[in-house]
Design a protein around this ligand. Sequence first.
Ligand SMILES: Nc1ncnc2c1ncn2[C@@H]1O[C@H](COP(=O)(O)OP(=O)(O)OP(=O)(O)O)[C@@H](O)[C@H]1O
Ligand SMILES: [Mg+2]
Length: 453
Amino acid sequence: MTTLPINVAAGRARDNRDDALIRAVKVCKHFELPGSHSIFTVLEDINLAVKSGEIVALLGRSGSGKSTLLRILAGLIPASSGDIFSSGRRLTGPNPDVAMVFQSFALLPWLTVQQNVELGLEAVGVPMKERQTRALKAIDMVGLDGFESAYPKELSGGMRQRVGFARAFVKQPKVLFMDEPFSALDVLTAENLRSEISDLWERGDFPAQSMLIVTHNIEEAVYLADRVIILGANPGRVRGEVMIDLLRPRDRGARRFKDLVDGIYIVMTNPDRDLTTAMTGIPPRRETPYPPLPHATAGGISGLLELLYERPELRDLPEVSSSLQLPTDDLLPIVDAAVMLGLAEVRQGDITLTEAGRAFAIADIQTSKDIFRAQVLERVPTVKMIYTALKEKPNGSMRAGFFLDILDEHFPREEAQHQFETAVDWGRYAELFEYDRSEDRLFLPVEVSELTD
Ligand SMILES: Nc1ncnc2c1ncn2[C@@H]1O[C@H](COP(=O)(O)OP(=O)(O)OP(=O)(O)O)[C@@H](O)[C@H]1O
Ligand SMILES: [Mg+2]
């Protein structure tokens, strides 16, 4: 087992004191899969707390259930089992202690900035005069002084999200919830707004006691949070938490900042390293016959392998991410796919090519396809299942729907579609089968069916 350059407290998120503003106890959430009788578990046995005076980041890959958890904590949707306590009271409806900032701004286009900001106060019966005073203060706080009468369409994306913040601030919630609030903005705008929020917090002017931010951006989590809770996927569970012991304002160039980012990378690139199991004896996640394929194309995977071969000094994942100008969330699935295929290894936040990966990177196109095919057949059950089924058919062809039905048994509908598309992409690259989109059928390519029989 490798050692991490940081401390990861495994198992449940730290909540051993009674000063929790919000607490989740044994929260599970499942959805019924449409058209089948199976149930899809999104969150399993989530225990966590948000205390007064802290910023907590909830970090997880796309689909790990972050937004679902946030909605449950906000009382917008019910948990399937388990309880939420807010200010010590068990939650049975919308959480009055919380205001939310969404990724998509969600402003009403026919209302002005000020009207948008006042809206939530009107709903809870705050008198007009007070509404106005509070709204103007919130608008000022987010730097939109002078834009009170503007309409959302007249504003840039960054300004719209400022309105999103003002609309949450004006409620003076105990806890501010943010669901990827910066990810719809361009890099520079996101950076500005992030540091302004951080400044407000440091100055003590922040209109909430605590913040809970959902993100898949590791640097963002380390920059903003006092504590990072890492969610694993399938089903979403707390894998561990990391205390961010950095003084504010934070310096991204600092050694410790980098170590924390690297350490979290290690945890996130080792989805099977079950920190929770190690500490609490919770059984490992269920075996599935079709381990989920990371959403990466064969082209993306081969691009990464070539880059790693050409630039052997490039090992550190955060550096790979910045040298490719690829956000973490886009890079990690490609890395996972390369690891799943046995073409790369990740250790201590460093990625290196395996022998097969090196052979792949230097080979001519046909030889790399041969290597890819061998790795896929050995390590990717979904693609192998499709290939085997096609080989069983005398005409070597089957309807795509057949495979989608199989995947539907194991994944939610949308994810089953993603899984199918990725499997087809890999299978085609490996020249194991072809897909005719207009007929919606898969079939064996002539050469391979002849070669392997
Ligand atoms: N109402 C629903 N019915 C069925 N499945 C759902 C529903 N809501 C969410 N899911 C599924 O639950 C899983 C988690 O979704 P969620 O949106 O919480 O993830 P996330 O971590 O916020 O992802 P992202 O980073 O992409 O925003 C996904 O597979 C999603 O398809
Ligand atoms: Mg989400």
